[in-house]
Design a protein around this ligand. Structure first.
Ligand SMILES: *[C@@H]1O[C@H](CO)[C@@H](O)[C@H](O)[C@H]1NC(C)=O
Length: 607
């Protein structure tokens, strides 16, 4: 019982509280149990002021009084777990566990749960019980529960669950996670599932459901657009519709949006329960085409539904930290989500925020020629100076075999075959193409190190590239000579294709055209929704792109194409995809005679 004590590594002012609480009955005086819930002090202990910080003492005093229905202490009624469970940000000995209990009736009393982590599936007693505790939550944090489970062993699978302390002792679904290896462990392999762009009313989340069945997956990465902030979608069935129905801005709005996602989609709940997640937001976790001071619909200095952009971003981040199994990264920096995980000696995983943290003005649809005109300015940054310095230093210092850079937007120069009135080129200036000096600085760091793998989402299509200098012609698309890195851009879980709504034949034709105008683009695909896996071993990295038709929650998936990179080469093994035509989309090297590249297009198909 006594290691029910909350795991606090917090300021001194809480330790007196802790002692007094342990002396009393835990459930009657839940303050330490509130404190063990990380949701109260995320994104940071101070949480940006302005009504987002929680006064635990005041919440405690509120509960010490009789509540409206005359009860004292924690809620005694029934609880349920309609939002499922999740785990995330594993380390060698700990992990973050998440859930969100729902009381059978409205209450302002705390809801208290026991949580348990077991090293043997189905066993919740004796030596199998690796860690456990009791935690409470209140309306103040939208009933979210986040605890850190500790005392775990490295590279090991665990099960976990939550159960109500009162009432009928309702139990949550069970989840699983694997801890990371120790930083110096020489592990043989690791396998990630990579997701982006999950738009609830647009289509089913078959990609999550399919991925959840892949038992070889160790961890899930979500590189952003986990939720969308927009208003209800015309014609979407009610069981996938957004809540609330308007474009969201307040903390309560963002909370309701996450609740709708987690309540309405069983595939998402299955994938969240299946493995530990490592997540970073893109724009839609706040607002479309956001940058540090505004978004497409909310220019700097304007109010949206009564809030400024910075207030809106804080609301969005607060709800993100309440609903995602993410660690508190900085005790003082509310907006910091960029962080690193070390996967033994095999990989360093750098998770970037190229979107919300410190990004200079982006393409907001109405200013595209202007962004094109300033895109080479050296002062423009996607990440801000602190994050840039941190990333380059990580790459330089890394001793791991693979350096994974998990981030939001396409890194490589990419002609879109799309017209823009007033523009000289057809590039996506909301991607790294709008920040070419920042990209040049990043490329300098990448060129000094082997085995950099860049991951991207954002575009709702697949883009697999060998990374080369954008403005010179020293890259050979046939052999990969001149490539100094790999980019794996995944398609959306459900968001509509950036190619538009086309026939199967035209999707393939379009993919071929894109590979014609983009030399490094070795695979393009726009028809399927899906995800990709990234398997790393000491000798090779293998990416498998999985696609489904997204017609139903259980839409089956196909392995569209496989890409292999040998350690130390920074290019794909030829023939790409084993020389086979992919099930959807197009490969570059199979279709076109590389000697016929005239700088703009390939003029001759392969003989
Ligand atoms: C940005 O730099 C590239 C490469 O030097 C050049 O082709 C392009 O015209 C430049 N764009 C602007 C707006 O200066």
């Amino acid at each position: 019982m006594r290691d029910d004590a909350p795991q606090i590594h917090l300021k001194m002012r809480f330790s007196l509280l802790l002692l007094s609480t342990l002396a009393a009955s835990a459930l009657a005086a839940p303050s330490s149990l509130l404190l063990s819930n990380i949701a109260y002090r995320s994104p940071s202990i101070e949480v940006g002021g302005d009504g987002l910080a929680h006064d635990i003492d005041a919440i405690e005093r509120r509960h010490a009084k009789r509540s409206e229905n005359g009860e004292r202490g924690s809620f005694a009624g029934k609880l349920s777990f309609p939002y499922g469970v999740a785990s995330g940000d594993p380390l060698e000995d700990s992990v973050i566990l998440w859930t969100h209990p729902e009381p059978e009736r409205d209450t302002d009393q705390p809801l208290c749960l026991r949580w348990e982590v077991s090293s043997e599936p189905g066993k919740w007693k004796g030596r199998a019980l690796a860690d456990h505790g009791t935690v409470c939550t209140t309306k103040d944090v939208g009933y979210s529960v986040k605890v850190e489970a500790k005392h775990l062993k490295p590279s090991k699978w665990y099960s976990y669950r939550f159960s109500a302390v009162n009432g009928d002792k309702a139990t949550s679904p069970e989840g699983r996670f694997k801890t990371l290896p120790r930083p110096n462990d020489d592990i043989a392999s690791v396998n990630f599932a990579v997701f982006s762009c999950s738009n609830l009313p647009v289509g089913s989340f078959a990609a999550y459901g399919n991925a959840a069945k892949h038992k070889e997956i160790d961890y899930a990465l979500h590189v952003g657009d986990y939720i969308y902030e927009g208003s209800a979608r015309l014609g979407a069935p009610e069981d996938r519709q957004f809540e609330p129905r308007y474009e969201i801005a307040s903390l309560d709005d963002y909370r309701q949006r996450y609740n709708a996602y987690h309540r309405k989609d069983a595939s998402l709940r299955a994938m969240r329960a299946a493995v530990a997640w490592q997540v970073v937001p893109d724009d839609h976790e706040v607002a479309d085409n956001s940058w540090k001071d505004g978004s497409a619909k909310q220019p700097p200095g304007t109010l949206f539904r009564g809030v400024t952009f910075s207030e809106r971003k804080r609301n969005a981040f607060k709800a993100y930290f309440e609903n995602m199994p993410i660690r508190q990264i900085s005790t003082t920096d509310d907006l910091r989500t960029w962080r690193q995980f070390r996967i033994g000696k095999l990989a360093d995983l750098n998770m970037l925020d190229t979107r919300q943290y410190d990004r200079d003005v982006t393409d907001v649809y109405t200013n595209t020629p202007y962004i094109e005109s300033i895109r080479n300015d050296t002062s423009r940054s996607l990440m801000g100076g602190r994050q840039e310095a941190w990333l380059y230093n990580n790459l330089e210092k890394s001793k791991a075999t693979w350096k994974v850079v998990a981030q939001q937007i396409l890194v490589t120069q990419m002609h879109q075959l799309r017209k823009c009135v007033g523009c000289a080129q057809d590039l996506n200036y909301d991607a790294w193409d709008g920040y070419t000096a920042n990209r040049a600085r990043f490329y300098e760091a990448v060129k000094k190190t082997k085995n950099v793998l860049m991951l991207a989402g954002d575009t709702h299509a697949a883009w697999v590239s060998e990374v080369h200098e954008p403005f010179t012609d020293d890259y050979d698309a046939a052999t990969g000579k001149g490539s100094f890195g790999i980019e794996l851009g995944g398609t959306a879980v459900s968001s509509s294709s950036s190619y538009g709504s086309l026939t199967k034949e035209i999707y393939v034709e379009r993919a071929k055209q894109l590979t014609e105008v983009n030399k490094g683009l070795q695979f393009a695909e726009g028809e399927r929704r899906g995800w990709f896996s990234l398997e790393l071993t000491r000798e090779r990295a293998v990416a498998r792109f999985w696609g489904n038709q997204n017609t139903a929650p259980d839409s089956p998936e196909d392995l569209l194409a496989t890409f292999e990179v040998k350690e130390g080469t920074d290019r794909f093994v030829r023939p790409i995809n084993g020389g086979k035509r992919p099930i959807a989309g197009a490969l570059q090297s199979l279709e076109w005679d590389q000697s016929s590249w005239d700088g703009t297009t390939f003029t001759r198909p392969r003989a």
